[in-house]
Write a protein that binds this ligand. Structure first.
Ligand SMILES: [Zn+2]
Length: 100
């Protein structure tokens, strides 16, 4: 008899519009290499083509690129003297405390 719960079809998940998750997981790694310019020309064009078609990967690509740019910038700009002096001061305080 019926229990009220029916399972029409095989219960297949909806196919994603752009690329399979497996494919994208594979691309994600290559996208990172792509940003670092560590792919050869063939792989580059494959990744580029995927980014053109795949919204989620393009967003991850943008995010990775932005993060890298911010990190690179903050590394270059701020090895701030204030921070360094604060660290040096703390080291001195610790030394004094140990000496006492
Ligand atoms: Zn993708």
């Amino acid at each position: 008899m019926s229990t009220g719960h029916s399972h029409p079809g095989a219960g297949r998940p909806e196919a994603p519009l752009d690329g399979s998750a497996e494919e994208c997981a594979d691309f994600l790694e290559r996208i990172i290499y792509f940003i670092d310019n560590e792919l050869d020309a063939d792989d580059c064009s494959v990744v580029q083509a995927h980014l053109d078609e795949c919204g989620p990967c393009l967003r991850k690509y943008d995010l990775e690129r932005t993060v890298k740019a911010v990190v690179a910038r903050s590394c270059r700009e701020s090895a701030p003297d204030a921070l360094r002096q604060r660290v040096l001061l703390q080291i001195q305080e610790v030394r004094i405390r140990i000496a006492e």
